[in-house]
Write a protein that binds this ligand. Structure first.
Ligand code: NAP
Length: 311
């Protein structure tokens, strides 16, 4: 009997927009969901300076502020946050088991909302200068580069959005892109191209990050003529896409060739009772609103799943 009491109805892994929206819906279904927070509440949304495309906020809203509102909303209806990280998962039988560094949780239904993490360039200097000039988050680290020269790698929405943000602090922001056409949307392109602090280096890749105590320059190669040059900078911000955080579920859930969890329109995964939501199963939309929508859908599906079992 004592053991039975520790079985959660719904355990949610992750507290980005998907996990927190799932928590709100599961809480309002009176299931008192438990969330394992992972290392950061709010996920990638919380590392975004300003979110201007989440409906209901015509003047935009800070990423951490929005995450905080999501959390308060879920907690108001009974969601519980456990400040811990899942290290091992067993989906082979129910109740499912989720271990953290210090505890084991059991759950009748599981919602996976572990999100995605920034991709690395994989060049010399990237690891050794991490936190000493190499960053994956302008909102977190931009302040350290007041009146300094920085580089941004990538040509997508993230790279341009973060480059524009960095112009608040940095003297110059040089965007290094491997092609001569940006992937980012038209509005961001216009804003970046008209910003006097932003310069572009086209058709080029970073080969090495150099420095001593911190980053002092980048070795850059032009991919068209093979020519190499050195760009003096104090910091490099890397925004070259993301990979899903699905290592815990390898060989337990069906995934696509890029390791995103495969979920159907009702957020069911290949294991009954396990649902996925947000960027962990979405390489395409990757918006706060779509992740939150998937979280809500996953919670509704999980609630119906438990009800169908008479629980
Ligand atoms: P992304 O759209 O996949 O863009 C990644 C960029 O990095 C591309 O320009 C790519 O070059 C480049 N890249 C990839 N691997 C590289 C490598 N090894 N070396 C050098 N460059 C490399 O990723 P994202 O910008 O993070 O955006 C992800 C999704 O989130 C997108 O759907 C985006 O629309 C969305 N998003 C939206 C907003 C917004 O609405 N405000 C903000 C941020 C993100 P190529 O172009 O040559 O492939």
């Amino acid at each position: 009997m004592a053991e039975e009491k520790q079985i959660e109805d719904i355990l949610i892994l992750g507290t980005g927009p998907a996990g927190l929206a799932a928590a709100l819906y599961a809480a309002r279904a009176d299931l008192r969901p438990l969330l394992l927070t992972g290392t950061e509440i709010g996920g990638q949304a919380a590392t975004t300076d300003r979110i201007e495309n989440y409906p209901g906020f015509p003047d935009g809203v800070g990423g951490t502020e929005l995450a905080d509102l999501f959390q308060k909303n879920a907690e108001r209806f009974g969601a519980r946050l456990e400040y811990d990280t899942a290290t091992q998962v067993d989906l082979s039988s129910r109740p499912f088991s989720v271990k953290t560094y210090s505890k084991e949780f059991k759950a009748r239904a599981l919602i996976i909302a572990t999100g995605a993490s920034p991709n690395k360039l994989g060049v010399p200097g990237e690891e050794s200068f991490r936190g000493k000039g190499v960053s994956y988050c302008a909102t977190c680290d931009g302040w350290f580069f007041k009146d300094k020269d920085v580089a941004v790698v990538g040509g997508g929405d993230s790279a341009l959005e973060e480059a524009i943000f960095l112009t608040r602090y940095a003297k110059t922001v040089t965007i290094i892109h491997r092609r001569e056409e940006l992937r980012a949307g038209a509005l961001l392109q216009k804003r970046a191209k008209t910003n006097p602090k932003i310069k572009f280096i086209w058709n080029s890749v970073v080969e090495e990050i150099r420095g001593d105590q911190g980053v002092s320059s980048l070795l850059i190669q032009n991919v068209q003529d093979g020519g190499k040059s050195e760009l003096p900078v104090n910091g490099i911000f890397i925004f070259i896409g993301h990979s899903p955080n699905t290592q815990l579920f390898t060989n337990q859930l069906k995934m696509d060739d890029k390791n995103y969890i495969i979920a159907d329109a009702h957020m069911n995964t290949s294991v009954a009772g396990v649902f996925a939501a947000g960027e962990v199963c979405d390489a395409f939309f990757r918006q706060v609103i779509t992740s939150a929508g998937m979280g809500a859908a996953a919670a509704i599906s999980a609630t119906r799943f438990l009800e169908s079992e008479g629980e």
